[in-house]
Design a protein around this ligand. Structure first.
Ligand code: PLP
Length: 453
């Protein structure tokens, strides 16, 4: 008789195609099958417990199976699960929009809902494009993005993406974007100040020569996530924002990963007092519970779409589940917990604790750099510390380290040679202590002990 695990594993292998996963590797491994969650732990179908060390891909805030969030969803479920936002409204979508306008950087008063970070980015791109069109400005049709940027996987989002491994194959069907260098200090021969200067000089040069062709700049504020958790030098974001403003180019802040307390401020833009024209939020918006995203716009952007019907300035965009009431109810409960539990302030304290716990790793022979902003940590492993020579990708050092962490009871997913640690914001000090210990042990055993393959 086959066990339930064997039955599920066989069905998984036969029918499920997993994202960002080479299925040939995957089908030959024993799949981890999650059955339930409690607090910051996830439990597989065997009952084995794992710390959720990457917040189920960067979105969980208060842990799993949170009574307050469960209740908000079940209360809403008794009323209505879904009704459309096309020309109609629903109660939680209204309440949430007002709350979001209240907590976001100043000027962002209008909320356009969608269902994932990528759709939120698509909306921001289309809004920026049509913003100029609606005002009779012709030619401002292209976008600036940063090297190694990641903004989601739909075609518009991929067009402003700049990670060759993910994006190059699609290049022939994408619209071209201007790419400026991202200040990656660790791998810049001139160090941090020079990296910052080069980025700003490239942006300034582009804006001085071609601002009349450019609709907007899109940026992952303060921390570039998928490229390897790379933190901007201080002042970079605010300088970029000022340059955009000066040259009449809109600024789109993609806060999908950095929003909702992750970096130690409600939004990363707050760290440098930046007010973008458009801001995309997702991931932590519902506490990581349900697929809901939003694109926030200033009154200025909104007013370019506001006019008599015959003027055809309408934003013709929407999704079946735009403004889903269950998602909005979860998001409202999430924001209430942020307030009640002082989550953002807590992140700052927890971030210093994590920094201390990881400090000893800096001396290890294969730890090149530890990058951290709030509870967003990336540890770049290198073959040779002095020359900073990276591990060959075929060694899959990140994958092996993450597998070792899983054996030790913590889940995470690497970005190439960068080990990611993005714990739920609600993690207690004791839990952070346990998770950083697993992180350190897995890095040391794999890079120094020649352990598991
Ligand atoms: C995850 C992410 C996205 C895409 O969000 P999805 O919900 O996965 O579509 C976009 N931008 C950034 C910065 C992200 O980290």
């Amino acid at each position: 008789m086959t066990s339930d695990y064997e039955r599920l594993a066989a069905l998984n292998k036969n029918h499920v195609w997993h994202p960002f996963t080479q299925m040939k590797d995957y089908v030959h491994s024993d799949p981890l099958i999650i059955e339930r969650g409690e607090g910051i732990m996830l439990y597989d179908v065997h009952g084995r417990a794992y710390y959720d060390g990457f917040s189920s891909v960067w979105l969980n805030v208060h842990g799993h199976h949170v009574p307050e969030l469960n209740q908000a969803i079940t209360e809403q479920l008794k009323l209505v699960a879904h009704s459309t936002l096309l020309g109609m409204a629903n109660v939680p979508a209204i309440e949430l929009a007002e709350k979001l306008a209240g907590i976001s950087p100043k000027g962002l008063n209008k909320v356009f809902y969608s269902d994932s970070g990528a759709t939120g980015v698509e909306i921001a791109i289309k809004m920026a494009f049509q913003y100029w069109h609606n005002q009779g400005v012709r030619g401002k049709t292209s976008f600036i993005t940063m090297n190694q940027a990641y903004h989601g996987d739909t075609i518009g989002a991929v067009s402003v993406g700049a990670i060759p491994l993910y994006h190059d194959v699609f290049r022939p069907m994408l619209f071209p974007s201007h790419i400026i260098p991202y200040p990656y200090a660790y791998r810049h021969e001139g160090g941090e100040m020079k990296a910052l200067e080069d980025t700003l000089a490239a942006l300034r040069n582009l804006l001085e020569t071609r601002a009349d062709e450019i609709a907007a700049l899109i940026v992952e504020p303060i921390v570039q996530g998928a490229s390897g958790i790379i933190v901007m030098p201080q002042g970079c974001l605010s300088e970029m924002a000022a340059l955009c403003r000066k040259h009449g180019v809109l600024l789109i802040a993609d806060e999908v990963a950095t929003g909702f307390g992750r970096t130690g401020a409600m939004f990363a833009c707050d760290l440098e007092d930046v007010s973008p024209d458009l801001m995309v939020i997702g991931k932590g918006l519902t506490g990581g519970y349900l697929p809901l995203a939003a694109t926030l716009a200033t009154d200025e952007v909104y007013s370019a779409f506001y006019g008599d019907y015959q003027e055809q300035k309408t934003f013709f965009h929407g999704h079946s589940f735009t403004g889903n009431p269950l998602g909005c109810a979860a998001a409202l409960a999430n924001l209430k917990l942020f307030e009640d539990r002082n989550i953002v302030e807590g992140v700052r304290t927890k971030a210093s604790f994590v920094e201390q716990k990881l400090a000893a790793l800096k001396d290890r022979p294969h730890v090149g750099e530890i990058r951290q902003k709030g509870l967003m940590v990336g540890i770049e492993l290198v073959q040779d510390k002095d020359s900073r020579a990276p591990y060959d990708w075929a060694e899959r050092i990140g994958v092996r380290t993450s597998l070792r962490a899983r054996e030790l009871g913590m889940l995470t997913r690497p970005l190439g040679n960068v080990i990611v640690f993005i714990p739920p914001l609600a993690s207690s000090q004791a839990e952070l202590d346990a998770m950083t210990a697993i992180l350190s042990e897995s890095i040391i055993s794999v890079t120094e002990g020649g352990a598991v393959t």
